[in-house]
Design a protein around this ligand. Structure first.
Ligand code: PLP
Length: 376
């Protein structure tokens, strides 16, 4: 085995990210705009490289969470449209407009602020208005008439999109998505009836695409998870998953040391693991400061020498210990796989999340900046 290039690193396939984007496009068809979500540094896949790859595959819109993320893309030369989904704080508004980012407006008061700002600058500003259709988080709950009046009362800002977000999109044991869809589409109809037709109506994240909630696709969809190769398992009687996507990220760590310990030896903080017999252990150069969940202590697995081997004792800040009794050839400088595949054996973020009692989104987003990135 060649010596590992870093203590811990991720390998990201931009080809796979592009293929996942195409998989979404082929499910929703050519009449629906696909706006990949690259917030949180593209779920830690690296927003700049991922955005460039997606633009090369034809993406015209990208979505981020906040203005800072949008500015980072602009500074990298990204000229595509960028929707900022969860910002418009007083401190970021001016930069939003200067950098030609498109705000999501969450309240009718904020719409007034945007209108004033656009008026001061003397440029019309496009925005998307978010409706709280029942998630109870961001978005306006105002009735159609109030919304109509607020929009017509903001002549320097231009309504380009009307959107909402689902709380339980992959859960088929609940009717929450149907209720949210009805609320939102009724509101769209009411606005249309009084002459207001936003060019882009959008509601769907990955789950609504994967599980074929076609009434929610409308003009545009906003996949994040699917772009990185994941769909959440459906709850209840979920229809078949339409999306054929694959994880684009592999996470590796180097072996710092290998040693034999005798029966009864305690491993790591708190002596959480006691060797039941003589065994060989490897100490990996990765820990919770790199994003490996502490909850994997004494219960997670990694792939070493093509086999699944257990984590022994506590995951600590910088190192993690595994059982390599089955891997006599493993030595310092070799690599093991935390997320990814070796031959027939694989571990993905969903499995790691289940073991750690969290969600796959959180596993991906937790991979810290200390972990190097390579694009393959
Ligand atoms: C994060 C986010 C998405 C993407 O969700 P996925 O489940 O990752 O596809 C879409 N819309 C909004 C408003 C979001 O915050």
């Amino acid at each position: 085995m060649a010596a590992s290039p870093y203590r811990s690193w991720v390998e990201i396939s931009l080809q796979q990210i592009g293929d996942n984007f195409n998989a979404v496009k082929s499910v929703v068809g050519p009449s629906v705009e696909v706006m990949p979500v690259v917030k949180a540094d593209a779920y830690r896949h690296g927003a700049i490289a991922v955005s460039r790859a997606l633009i090369q595959r034809g993406a015209r819109w990208l979505a981020v969470s906040n203005v800072e993320e949008g500015i980072a893309l602009r500074q990298a030369g990204v000229t595509a449209r960028i929707l900022v989904m969860a910002d418009f704080l007083p401190v970021t508004r001016a930069a939003m407009i200067e950098q030609n980012l498109t705000p999501v407006i969450h309240s009718l008061e904020d719409l007034k602020e945007l209108d004033q700002l656009a008026n001061q600058r003397g440029i019309p500003v496009n925005y998307h208005l978010k409706i709280d259709s029942g998630m109870g988080r961001l978005g306006t709950r105002a009735a159609a008439v109030e919304i109509y009046e607020a929009i017509t009362g903001a002549p320097h800002a231009r309504l380009e999109g009307l959107m909402t977000h689902f709380a339980s999109v992959s859960d088929f044991t609940s009717q929450q998505t149907e209720r949210q869809t009805r609320y939102f589409l009724d509101l769209c109809d009411a606005l249309r009836a009084i002459g207001m037709v936003p060019p882009l109506v959008h509601m769907s994240s990955t789950g609504a695409i994967a599980y074929g909630r076609r009434e929610a696709w409308r003009d545009m969809v906003r996949p994040g998870h699917a772009i990185y190769g994941y769909t959440s398992p459906g709850r209840g009687k979920a229809p078949p998953n339409l999306l054929h996507v694959k994880p684009a990220l592999t996470w590796k760590a180097s072996v710092l040391a290998v040693k034999d310990v005798c029966e009864g030896a305690l491993i790591g903080y708190g002596g959480m693991f006691r060797a039941p017999k003589q065994m060989r252990i490897a100490v990996l150069a990765v820990g919770y400061a790199d994003g490996l969940p502490h909850r994997l202590s004494n219960r997670g697995h990694v792939i070493a020498c093509g086999t699944r081997v257990p984590i022994l004792g506590a995951v600590s800040m910088d190192v993690t210990t595994i059982d390599v009794t089955q891997c006599p050839g493993l030595k310092t400088g070799d690599a093991v796989t935390l997320l990814g595949r070796e031959g027939a054996v694989s571990i993905d973020a969903q499995e790691m999340a289940r073991t750690a009692g969290t969600i796959s989104y959180s596993v991906l987003c937790a991979i810290s900046s200390r972990v190097k990135r390579e694009y393959i």
